[in-house]
Design a protein around this ligand. Structure first.
Ligand code: HEM
Length: 473
């Protein structure tokens, strides 16, 4: 006979299998979530699924708003116990009490975050990096020229080129180093780092959404995951050391994040652990958002033409420099970014672990439950975004008849509250700059079968991005 706990597990597995038609694949979690919503409504409880704590799926922006507004002083995002293990057990001696932000909670998290918030989130600071990001974006434009074929189409691994741009941009922001990722003779560390980050992200959902055997023995996936983290840590540290060695004492405006932390804290450990976290979560997120946006623009030529008009007005020559004042005026560009992130948020969901008993959606929810905000499903519902299946950047523009005051919690690509994305200002700057540069230089087309989206490990077009880049005058 099954013990009561096993029965729950069993029932839930059956439920999952039933919903999935017997095909549980992590890359289709977006579809599973949608099916759960359609079958059970706006609030769904999963009891102790696959050895995890109870989970509560929320498909209701009103309830999500309440959870966020009543957030604790030390919010707990239920993510990455495997990274928690890496930082607090496996490499405890290296991290000590100063483990950074990702997979860190409580006082340690608050201590670290309060030190770096000001540096990472002040628009005044972000603006100082426009020139650096423009330079890395120009390198991607030049690289597209080199790699496209006689039909102007880029190779199947184009996403990897965008990863390189993203890595180069973060290295500039975090450490003020030029890695040369997009050079034809790039250092082998570049690809090693990109691969390691990809392995890390690919293995996170396997370790955390399937039965956590890794907690009992060293599974091959877990070994691969730990090796990838070691690679990321070692390569990042190599560059931190170089950056520390080259630090100039005459602090000017264009300081790297590393220099800013050192100036404020005089603490190399805080600076290098922040850089490590930025490398860990700041590369694939941004590059997949850019890939998704290029794909959407290629599918919606009339929107791309409108965007080009806006960009050309502000950048009359390809050589016209981008400034933060010019970016501020690119309203349609920002609307295109918002619309892409609404329909295809690279991070499809977010969550908080309840740190005390509370009422959610009229139900008594005990402490320790993982509340998962199903953003991707919500931001694609007609109820919150009329004509939700259409790519309509105009819905975000106040002077458009399509504009509506959307529910502020119905599309939250960067999360909300005290644990909101620390890199969102840099991510916005990077995405806006590179798209402005590419659209100013090329007309983007796509001449192949339509791509579905999947979790890989970000929410991204499923298939080679065989885009065509036609040079503009
Ligand atoms: C399109 C790009 C990006 C997206 C969509 C994104 C999304 C997110 C989301 C949804 C969260 C969770 C927020 C919450 O719990 O409320 C998060 C956290 C975080 N992000 Fe991003 N992110 C992006 C880029 C970046 C970049 C470029 C960096 C670093 C430079 C970064 C650093 C972080 C950090 C450190 C956290 C953890 C914050 C904490 O727990 O206190 N992200 N991001």
């Amino acid at each position: 006979m099954l013990c009561p706990m096993m029965r729950f597990l069993d029932q839930n597995l059956c439920l999952f299998w039933a919903i999935l038609g017997g095909d549980f694949q992590i890359e289709h979690i977006d579809k599973v979530s949608k099916k759960l919503y359609e079958k059970y409504g706006k609030i769904v409880k999963m009891q102790g699924l696959l050895g995890r704590p109870d989970m509560l799926f929320l498909f209701d922006p009103d309830e999500i708003e309440k959870v966020f507004r009543q957030e604790d002083t030390l919010p707990f995002r239920p993510s990455m116990p495997s990274l928690d293990y890496y930082k607090h057990v496996y490499r405890k001696e290296f991290f000590g009490d100063n483990c950074g932000i990702i997979a860190v909670h409580g006082d340690k998290w608050q201590n670290f975050r309060s030190k770096v918030n000001q540096i990472m989130l002040q628009p005044r600071v972000t603006r100082m990096y426009v020139k650096s990001i423009e330079t890395t974006s120009q390198e991607l434009v030049d690289r597209i020229e080199v790699i496209k074929n006689e039909k102007n189409q880029v190779p199947d691994d184009f996403l990897n080129e965008i990863h390189k741009w993203s890595l180069e941009s973060i290295a500039k922001i975090a450490l003020d180093v030029r890695l040369g990722c997009l050079d034809s003779d790039a250092h082998p560390d570049t690809q090693k780092l990109i691969n390691a980050i990809n392995t890390f992200f690919m293995n996170v959902p396997v370790l955390e959404l399937k039965i956590p055997f890794w907690k009992i023995w060293n599974t091959p996936t877990f070994k691969e995951y730990l090796n990838a983290l070691d690679t990321i840590r070692e390569i990042t540290l190599k560059h931190v050391d170089i950056a520390l060695h080259n630090l100039s004492q005459d602090y000017s405006d264009e300081l790297s994040v590393l220099q800013r932390v050192l100036k404020m804290e005089n603490d190399a450990k805080t600076a290098s652990n922040l850089a490590l976290d930025m490398f860990l979560v700041g590369i694939d997120t941004t590059s997949n958002a850019v890939a998704s946006m290029l794909y959407q623009l290629s599918l919606h030529q009339e929107k791309q033409a409108k965007l080009y008009e806006e960009i050309k007005n502000l950048l009359p020559y390809k050589s016209t420099q981008i400034s933060h004042e010019k970016l501020d005026q690119m309203d349609y560009l920002k609307a295109c970014v918002k619309e892409t992130m609404r329909m295809y948020p690279v991070v499809i969901g977010n969550g908080r672990c309840t740190t005390r008993d509370r009422v959610i959606g009229g139900y008594q929810i005990p402490k320790g439950v993982q509340v998962i905000f199903q953003h991707c499903v919500i931001s694609n519902l007609e109820e919150y975004f009329p004509r939700s299946g259409e790519f309509l950047p105009e819905r975000w523009l106040k002077n458009s008849e399509l504009f509506r005051n959307h529910h502020p919690f119905a599309s939250l690509p960067f999360g909300f509250g005290k644990r909101m994305c620390l890199g969102r200002r840099f991510a916005d700057l990077e995405i806006q700059t590179v798209i402005a540069k590419i659209v100013r230089n090329f007309k983007i087309e796509y001449h192949h079968g339509k791509l579905d989206y999947h979790i890989h490990p970000m929410y991204t077009p499923n298939g080679p991005l065989r885009l065509t880049f036609i040079r503009r005058q």
